[in-house]
Each structure stands twice: as C-alpha cells, then as structure tokens.
Design a protein around this ligand. Structure first.
Ligand code: GSH
Length: 203
C-alpha cells in the first residue's frame, strides 16, 4: 500500500489510521507548496491533484479522505473504527463529513492555504475568516462530544479526524473548547498518533 501525502496536510489522518490498525505501507511526499500536486507524474496517479491518495495492494487507487478512512476501517472490523451500532456509525460518518467538507474545506484551508481564497493583499482577512469558521466548527463539535475521551464514547475514525482539525487550531493559536481539548489529548496519546507526528516532522 502506498500513501501520497504532504506533511501536516489532511493526508495525515490517513497515516494515523493506517498506523493505528498496523497496516504496512510506504509513503510518498507530494510537495504542495511547490505545486507538485499539479505535476504530470502526480496527476497521472490522481487526476484530482489532491492528497491523500492511496494506492491499494491490488494497484487500484482511492481518493477522498472520508472514503479512504472508511475503507481502512472496513478492512479492520475488529478495531470497530466505524461502530457496529448503526446510529453511532451514521453519527461518525456525519462528523467526518462535516470535518472534511465544511471545516477543512472552508476554515483550515483559509488559514493554511489562503492563496486558494484570494489575493495576497487580502491574506489577513482570509485567515481571520478561516479562524472564525474554525472556532464555530469546533464549538459545534464540542457540543456533540460525549462525556468521555472519544466523540461517540469509543475510538472511531471521527476521533482521528477531529484530532487533525484540533491540531490545526492549536497551530493557529486558537483555544480548544473543553471536550475537544479532552479528545485532542486522549487521541494524541495514542502510539499511532505519536508515531504519525514523528513521521510527518511534528515531533
Ligand atoms: N476532497 C478531498 C480534499 C483533499 C484536500 O483538500 N487536500 C489538500 C491537502 S489537505 C490538497 O491536496 N490540496 C492541494 C490543492 O488543492 O492544490 C478529500 O477529501 O480528500
């Protein structure tokens, strides 16, 4: 299995989950800041020009973060990273989707890749809007978080996703609301997360 990634990008969520389930894989860095995602060699692998991109052992390619996370979880049913309970499972999917298509797409991307949202001259306004949206997203997640360490009360793919969103908030020097902080600390203690931070140059 091969993961195309960029350090600290949303591909890190895939790395954390692969490490957690003990999947062996190699990883290939795509330099987003140099625009390598638009290079012909990478577009030949993923015409969308995005990481994460996962090449499975049979050579077929998976794209879209939520889909990749779900596929890894389905390959490792014993880990129950998508709960067996249907209602919990659908809540996990709902939260992963919200993190990707609302918080990541419109908040963290504004903060960390502001050029995608406008001119250099507007950078501070774009980043401020991203911070506002990230704060709102985290507050919404915080209200729905279980009393325990994990979003639905046990570890699922949603926790790795929320960890990555919260890591972005910490890097952006935003305060984490209380339940999100609790989850960030619990998920952050997992060996797979620690290993991923080292592998992506954060520790
Ligand atoms: N819809 C995609 C979005 C992935 C995405 O936005 N990836 C970012 C890194 S976090 C990326 O590759 N950006 C490069 C670009 O947009 O040029 C998914 O869910 O996988």
């Amino acid at each position: 299995m091969k993961l195309y990634y960029s350090p600290g990008a949303c591909s890190m969520v895939v790395r954390m989950v692969l490490n957690h389930v003990g999947q062996t894989y190699t990883s290939v860095r795509v330099d987003l800041s140099a625009g390598e995602q638009q290079s012909s060699w990478f577009l030949a692998i993923n015409p969308k020009g995005k990481v994460p991109t996962l090449v499975r052992d049979d050579g077929t390619i998976l794209t879209e973060l939520g889909t990749i996370l779900e596929w890894i979880a389905l390959q490792h049913p014993a880990e129950a990273l998508i709960p067996n309970d249907d209602d919990q499972a659908i809540r996990v999917r709902e939260i992963v989707e919200y993190c990707i298509s609302t918080i990541h797409a419109f908040a963290t991307t504004r903060i960390f890749m502001p050029a995608a949202f406008g001119a250099e001259a507007d950078r501070s306004t774009i980043v401020a809007e991203g911070q506002l949206r990230l704060g709102r997203g985290l507050a919404l997640l915080d209200k729905r978080f279980c009393d325990g360490d994990y979003f639905v009360g046990k570890l699922t793919i949603a926790d790795f996703m929320i960890y990555w969103i919260a890591l972005g908030a910490v890097i952006a020097e935003l305060d984490l609301p209380p339940a999100i902080r609790r989850g960030f600390e619990s998920t952050g203690r997992l060996p797979a997360v620690q290993q991923s931070l080292v592998e992506e140059g954060f520790a």
